[in-house]
Structures are given as structure tokens and as C-alpha cells.
Design a protein around this ligand. Structure first.
Ligand code: GLA
Length: 436
């Protein structure tokens, strides 16, 4: 494990120097993004609360600022497709739809900034956006980048509908240069790899790390567990290609969090949150923060899950084990010698009692402080001590594991009652303890 951590550190340090040099997004960006939940709802007459208009983004900004999200790091409010007018203005610039965004994008950006938030905007490398709005062809790149900077936009997602591979190969790096040339720090999200199958040789992750802060590798998320599982499978099947590509300032983006919508159970919501944290994924929620349930909010506002996601070392985690019985174990190294573990069940029968030990999961000898992210319970665990986790169907158990702790009786005895699993030598053959 130590050698592995060292190698990862070296890899992280080397790659850090290769990241897009705009100083942005040294940890995965967090915020809210309209697309999955609100799509291209244009019917402001009959559906004023949900249509793509400045009111929707103002509502979400108010919720982020007032309901404890901003303090946890959820600061981006991101507009997606369908925001613009169907026509460029007389100077050839993109312009917001005047009916739905009467105050314009710049005013919206200022609204965000006044509340300690940031504004993200969407465009498309091609003749049209995926929703059929004006795109950014190669000849418009400089003008559009300057327009976004003039509007004080903080992040830009560059989609790839209606362009071919050759145009994309030119357009994505040109937009990176054009954004940098404006002098305004603008986080740059590239959908390029998703349009090229997400894998080498068509996708060059070294280059992406040099020009983009984050990139969509794969298809769009939908409001269902099937969709989340499909994304999880693809990202971890390709972890040997994807994990080395990520680091401070350059992130793989498995797409939005759908926790708080209609498709996921509580266990599946925890699973999405846990695995997005393991993947060092951007955390963009696409949900309705005005009506979100307290259960979903608790999961999205879980402090330890966020700390794990935002770890400054920025190493993307991996799947360590894929058991035939339907349990996967994921691991992410964290700064200060800590790490995160996720036990995930693909089963559909009942909670599965999975037995393993930290040494089986490559941990070096010692005792570790375990903090269960979703129950808030902690215990001390020796590397060799067998333990059992009970993992719900399509759910997770997530642990934060801190560096080998020195013997500290206070960690072990509470109110005179012994806590946690077998600790001393000689007890290793005892019945494995259950961690609830
Ligand atoms: C593509 C993108 C989505 C969203 C839509 C908008 O499908 O992948 O994330 O931006 O376009 O039309």
C-alpha cells in the first residue's frame, strides 16, 4: 500500500504541472446545474416555476445561499441549454432569450456574485447546441469567449453536438486559449471526450488535462438507477485509463447528481454520493432545491462525503475488488495518510453481510480509525481483524479511514463498554464483529 500511495503521489504531482494553467478548480467544482431536472422547458406561461428563465436560477441561488449549501462548497449555479435567443445580435454576439432572461446574463452573474456564488453558462462547439440553439463555430470562438467574460461568467460548458471530430480537435483547444486570453478566470468544462467514445486512442487525456478543467467522458445521466449504475460500471471498467487523467484542476465528470429527484431510493442516493466522492467527480446537483426532501438534503450535505470528494490531493479512487457474489469495494487515497472505502452491493435480495479485513484490502499493519460516513459511528480497527459490513441492496457502506492511530484507550472504551472489533493479538480468530 505504501508503495502504491507513493506512486500515486508522484503521479499526482507530475500531472499537477500539466493541468490547465488557469488556477481554477483545484478541487472538484460543486454546485447546481439545470439540465437533468429542468431540461429545455420553455413554457413559462403555463409552467413559470420550472421553465428555463432567470427566475429559476435566482430561485436556486437563493436556496444555495440560504439553506446551507454554499457553506459546504456548492457555489456554482449553472445554466445549460436553451438559454439563448435563436438569433445572434447585430454584432454577431450570442444573446439571452429576451423574454425568459429580461435582465440578461450579466445581471444574473452579478446576482450570484453578490451572494458568494458563481455563474456557469453553456455553449456548443458546432453549428447548433444539442437543443437546436445557436452554436459556436470555429470562427465565433474568440467573440463568444469574450462575450462570456464581459458577462462575468465563471464557468463554461462546451458541448459538442453538430460538429465533427476534426472541428472538435480544433475548437476545444481554441476555446481554452480564447477563455484564457480574456484574463477572466473561467472554469472550462469540455464535452469533447463524450463525443469521441471517451477512450484512447480517439481521446487524448493528457491533452484534455492541459486545456480543460473538467470533461464529460460518457453519456447523459437520466433520472433512474439503471442510468447511475451504467455510469458507475463504465467509469470503473475504464479506471486504468480514467483515474490517471484526473488531478487538481482537471477532473473526469460522470455527470450530475440526481439525488433529490424521482429515480433513486435512499440507498441508491447514498451510493451515487459515495461513488461520486470516490471518483473525485464534480458535484453538480440537478434537482429542485425548493422542494427537496430532508432525506435527500442530508445525503447531499453529508460533511464527510464532501470532505472526501474535495480532498486536496485530488487522486481519483478505484475499484479494488469485484466479488462474484455482487459486492464491489472501492478505495480512494486521501491526504494526511487517510483513505476512503466504499462497500457497494449490486444484489437485489437482502442486506449482504460481507466479511473482509483491512489487510485483505491492502492496508499495512496497524490500527485505523474508522468513521462510517452515513451512520456517523466510529471505531478503531486493526488491519488484521476480520469484520463484517452489512450492505443493503443497491446501497453502500462508506468509511473514512484515518492513518494508523496510536493506542488511545479513549478511542476504545466508552462508558466502560468495549467498542468495536477484536483488537489485540490472539483475538483474530474470534467471531467477526458486525459493524452497524
Ligand atoms: C447534451 C449534453 C447534456 C445537455 C444537453 C443539452 O446531451 O450531454 O449534458 O447539456 O446536451 O441539450
Amino acid at each position: 500500500m505504501q508503495v502504491a500511495v507513493l506512486l500515486l503521489l508522484v503521479a499526482a504531482l507530475c500531472s499537477a504541472t500539466l493541468a490547465l494553467d488557469n488556477g481554477e478548480m483545484r478541487v472538484p467544482p460543486m454546485g447546481w446545474l439545470a439540465w437533468e431536472r429542468f431540461r429545455c422547458d420553455l413554457d413559462c406561461e403555463h409552467d413559470p416555476k420550472n421553465c428555463i428563465s432567470e427566475n429559476l436560477f435566482i430561485d436556486m441561488a437563493d436556496r444555495l445561499a440560504e439553506d446551507g449549501w454554499r457553506e459546504l462548497g456548492y457555489v456554482y449555479v449553472n445554466i445549460d441549454d436553451c438559454w439563448s435567443s435563436m438569433k445572434r445580435d447585430e454584432k454577431g454576439r450570442l444573446q439571452a432569450d429576451p423574454k425568459r432572461f429580461p435582465r440578461g446574463i450579466k445581471e444574473l452573474a452579478r446576482y450570484m456574485h453578490a451572494r458568494g456564488l458563481k455563474l456557469g453558462l453553456y455553449g456548443d462547439m458546432g453549428t447548433h447546441t444539442c437543443g437546436g440553439y445557436p452554436g459556436t463555430t470555429l470562427d465565433n470562438i474568440d467573440l463568444d469567449a469574450q462575450t462570456f467574460a464581459d458577462w462575468e461568467v465563471d464557468m463554461f460548458k462546451f458541448d459538442g453536438c453538430y460538429s465533427n471530430a476534426t472541428e472538435q480537435e480544433q475548437g476545444y483547444p481554441l476555446m481554452s486559449k480564447a477563455l484564457n486570453a480574456t484574463g477572466r478566470p473561467i472554469g472550462y468544462s469540455c464535452s469533447w471526450p463524450a463525443y469521441q467514445g471517451g477512450l484512447p486512442p480517439k481521446v487524448n487525456y493528457t491533452e484534455l488535462g492541459q486545456i480543460c478543467n473538467l470533461w464529460r467522458n460518457y453519456g447523459d445521466i437520466q433520472d433512474s438507477w439503471d442510468s447511475v449504475l451504467n455510469i458507475i460500471n463504465w467509469f470503473f471498467e475504464n479506471q486504468d485509463v480514467l483515474a490517471p487523467a484526473a488531478g487538481p484542476g482537471k477532473w473526469n465528470d460522470p455527470d450530475m447528481l440526481i439525488v433529490g429527484d424521482f429515480g433513486l431510493s435512499v440507498d441508491q442516493s447514498r451510493a451515487q454520493m459515495a461513488l461520486w466522492a470516490i471518483m473525485a467527480a464534480p458535484l453538480f446537483m440537478s434537482n429542485d432545491l425548493r422542494t427537496i426532501s430532508s432525506g435527500a438534503r442530508t445525503i447531499l450535505q453529508n460533511k464527510m462525503a464532501i470532505i472526501i470528494n474535495q480532498d486536496p490531493m485530488g487522486v481519483q479512487g478505484r475499484r479494488l475488488v469485484k466479488e462474484k457474489i455482487g459486492i464491489d469495494v472501492f478505495w480512494r487515497p486521501l491526504s494526511k495518510n487517510a483513505s476512503a472505502l466504499v462497500f457497494f452491493s449490486r444484489r437485489t435480495d437482502m442486506p449482504y453481510r460481507y466479511q473482509t479485513s483491512l489487510s485483505k484490502l491492502n492496508y499495512t499493519a496497524g490500527s485505523y480509525e474508522i468513521y462510517d460516513v452515513f451512520t456517523g459511528k466510529s471505531m478503531t480497527l486493526k488491519d488484521s481483524a476480520p469484520f463484517v459490513v452489512s450492505v443493503n441492496p443497491t446501497g453502500v457502506v462508506m468509511w473514512h479511514v484515518s492513518a494508523p492511530a496510536k493506542w488511545n484507550p479513549r478511542h476504545f472504551y466508552k462508558g466502560g463498554r468495549r467498542q468495536g472489533p477484536a483488537f489485540d493479538g490472539g483475538e483474530e480468530n474470534a467471531v467477526p464483529p458486525v459493524f452497524l
